[in-house]
Design a protein around this ligand. Structure first.
Ligand code: ATP
Length: 306
């Protein structure tokens, strides 16, 4: 009986492992909004990156043909510049990032990187040119070393450690009892929101892409962590073409350009100073956010000590 039990038990373990792996993959595809229908056209060539200028030209898009999400969206991120997108929840900000990563094709207009239409080049070459720091990072049930190295599978250990250094998570990892071999994810150590974002930054540092997309976390991190993560993001976005999807307006004051989205359209654009001088939608959003921040800090001050 024991002879039968061992292989059966082994198969059971294997099955659980595989099922977990699929769950992780599914979760990742879901989070990234992957659409498996977009395919390379016959004879698609590799994207040739030369500075990585991004252009959206008169883009219309809807997930469903009956409901338009983006309407005539045009903007450019010159090579190495930083453009921030702001707007109410559901206005289409993350959709811009999904289209740039070519999870979906546009319904009208085109998106180019260095003049090449995304539909003419291979998906894999587009995706290897773009690093995404998402709102919520997917962790695999594996070691922290594996989870960071995922940014560039096969990267030497020293480079993984150097990337963790840039993301300010090396000290935390090396202070854990199992250090780099610590299992993280649902079945291992649960990382905080800030730690997960740092894993994601380290992955991106390792990937070293010419284009970056930051989808700022909506859930508030404590203000010290948030400031330091912002500084790291700024450091790694230096000289890279960057699209920031921002929720806190204070983090994008120095962007080269700010796009204000409303119901799938860009309704205002300019630098922070220009938009404040305009006194329109952005200036109103800024005023409301300042008021909220003030109310929050007053509430915190009035709270009785614990
Ligand atoms: P938030 O600030 O809340 O992240 P957002 O501005 O990034 O919002 P998007 O995620 O781009 O908004 O969504 C724009 C619209 O598209 C929303 O109305 C949303 O319901 C819809 N949408 C998003 N993803 C899908 C999808 N996979 N299928 C169908 N509709 C979707």
């Amino acid at each position: 009986l024991i002879q039968l039990y061992i292989p059966l038990n082994f198969l059971g373990v294997m099955y659980r492992e595989m099922k977990q792996a699929f769950t992780d993959m599914e979760k990742m595809f879901k989070l990234l909004g992957e659409n498996r229908e977009v395919a390379d056209k016959p004879g698609a060539t590799e994207l040739q990156v030369n500075g990585a200028a991004v252009r959206f030209e008169n883009v219309d898009f809807g997930y469903d043909a009956r409901r338009a999400i983006l309407k005539d969206v045009s903007f450019e991120i010159p090579a190495g510049h930083r453009v921030a997108v702001v707007g109410a929840s559901g206005s289409g900000k993350s959709t811009l990032a999904r289209l740039l990563f070519r999870f979906y094709d546009v319904n009208r207009g085109r998106i180019t990187i260095d003049g090449q239409d995304l539909r003419d080049v291979t998906q894999s070459s587009v995706r290897s040119a773009i690093g995404i720091v998402p709102q919520d990072t997917v962790l695999f049930n594996d070691t922290i070393l594996y989870n960071i190295a995922y940014g560039r599978p096969g990267a030497p250990r020293e480079e993984v450690i150097a990337a963790a250094d840039v993301a300010h998570i090396r000290g935390f990892i090396e202070g854990l009892p199992d250090a780099w071999e610590t299992t993280v994810g649902e079945r291992g150590l649960k990382l905080s929101g800030g730690e997960k974002q740092r894993v994601s930054i380290a992955r991106t540092v390792l990937k070293d892409p010419p284009i970056l997309v930051f989808d700022e976390a909506t859930s508030a991190l404590d203000s010290k962590t948030e400031k330091s993560i912002q500084a790291e993001l700024r450091q790694i976005s230096e000289n890279r073409t960057t699209l920031v999807i921002a929720h806190r307006l204070s983090t994008i004051v120095d962007a080269d350009q700010i796009l204000v989205m409303q119901e799938g359209e860009i309704v205002e654009r300019g630098t922070f100073r220009e938009l404040m001088a305009l006194g329109g939608r952005f200036a109103e959003m800024w005023r409301l956010q300042q008021e909220e921040d003030r109310a929050r800090s007053t509430a915190a001050r009035d709270e009785p000590p614990q």
